[in-house]
Design a protein around this ligand. Structure first.
Ligand code: DCP
Ligand code: MG
Length: 352
């Protein structure tokens, strides 16, 4: 049976929220900066007006200012963006329970066969515009891969439908880098070995040869080139994670200070787990160094936990193993991933 998968991505999300809160910014080249708004910051996102000048996410602010000196620069306000993100996700869940949130501003939805997927996409766009004053782009296709690639081709405020049967034809002319997972290394190999530039070029390469070259990833690429993807929608309950993080006013070099913050955040995560009646199988440490390089390191536990002491212990252990103490830390975070229902695990443990 043909599925109806929607991929939705909000347009210039942080910038649009800033414009919503301050209408004087509307229609202007706007840059939302992460970190410092002056020297060492980077562009989190830019309004489409600023993108015309070549400004884009992850660019250094210095470069962005050079390209677009008239841009207004505001500091990122993450808590506010999460709040708006949650409103969007809640609206989506009113449309269908089959919602998979993939980032702060991006989600897949599946619309059951009995309903009209395209009409649902239109309704979502209207509701997001009218009720939440945000704008989004949506693509409708028979699978996640094609809907995701399609969505990026019609931003902003786009709606694109790829009927089942047209997947391969739609993908054919696009550069192979549009396939998620076809990064620099893969692309260079594809180019060197088979002179692959477009997805059509990739589709002409024998699937067995791709598998021989790239293993499992090769099999994925062969399918992707033909617009084939069976991956299911994974709803939020399964992927949910709980985390806390802290950006320091001044970069931190002292273990004691980091451990104090870790303990506090670990306790916070434990509290949230308890509130939501969840336990975590995986504890994650996130570290961002002064130069913005960010690492996450995790440990998976034998038994799921919501215990503050256990979470703190593992967070400290991860810090001990992975922090390069020569480097100052600007952000520290603790996360609980791989969550399970507390009661379900009790039942499981009792049954064992
Ligand atoms: N973001 C970030 N740093 C990045 C990329 C994104 O902080 N390197 C943040 C800012 C974005 C938000 O995540 O507003 C969503 O990311 P998108 O890639 O969807 O970018 P936008 O929504 O800003 O623009 P669009 O989706 O219209 O291209
Ligand atoms: Mg977006």
């Amino acid at each position: 049976m043909t599925r109806q998968i929607l991929h939705l991505d909000l347009d210039a999300f942080y910038a649009t929220v800033e414009m919503l809160l301050n209408p004087a910014l509307r229609g202007k080249p706007l840059i939302v900066a992460m970190g410092d708004v002056n020297t060492r910051g980077v562009v989190a996102t830019a309004s489409y007006e600023a993108r015309k000048f070549g400004v884009h996410s992850a660019m250094g602010l210095r470069e962005a200012k050079r390209l677009c000196p008239q841009a207004i620069i505001v500091p990122a306000r993450h808590a506010i963006y999460s709040e708006h993100s949650q409103r969007v996700m809640n609206l989506l869940r009113e449309m269908t329970p089959l919602v998979e949130q993939v980032s702060i501003d991006e989600a897949y939805l599946e619309i059951e066969a009995a309903r009209d997927g395209v009409a649902a996409a239109r309704e979502i766009q209207h509701r997001i515009h009218d009720e939440l004053k945000l704008s989004c782009t949506i693509a409708v296709a028979s699978n996640k891969l094609v809907s995701k690639i399609a969505c990026n081709t019609v931003k902003p405020r786009g709606l694109l439908v790829i009927p089942h049967g047209d997947e391969e034809k739609f993908l054919a002319p696009l550069p192979v880098g549009k396939i998620p997972g076809a990064g620099n290394v893969t692309r260079a190999k594809l180019k060197a070995k088979w002179n692959v530039e477009t997805i059509a070029d990739l589709a002409r390469v024998n699937a067995d040869e791709l598998r021989a070259q790239f293993g499992k990833h090769g099999a994925y690429l062969a399918d992707a080139a033909r617009g084939v993807d069976d991956s299911p929608i994974v709803t939020d309950r399964a992927t949910k994670s709980i985390s806390q993080e802290n950006t320091f006013d001044r970069d931190v070099r002292t273990r004691d200070v980091l451990e104090k913050f870790l303990d506090e955040m670990g306790a916070g995560v434990a509290r949230e787990l308890a509130n939501e009646e969840l336990k975590a199988r995986t504890i994650v440490l996130k570290l961002r160094y002064e130069d913005f390089t960010t690492i996450t390191r995790q440990v998976t536990l034998r038994a799921p936990t919501a215990d503050e002491t256990i979470i703190r212990k593992h967070a400290r252990e991860l810090l001990r193993q992975h922090w390069d103490s020569q480097r100052a830390v600007r952000l520290l975070g603790v996360g609980a991933h791989n969550l399970v229902e507390r009661d379900a695990t009790w039942q499981l443990e009792l049954a064992l």
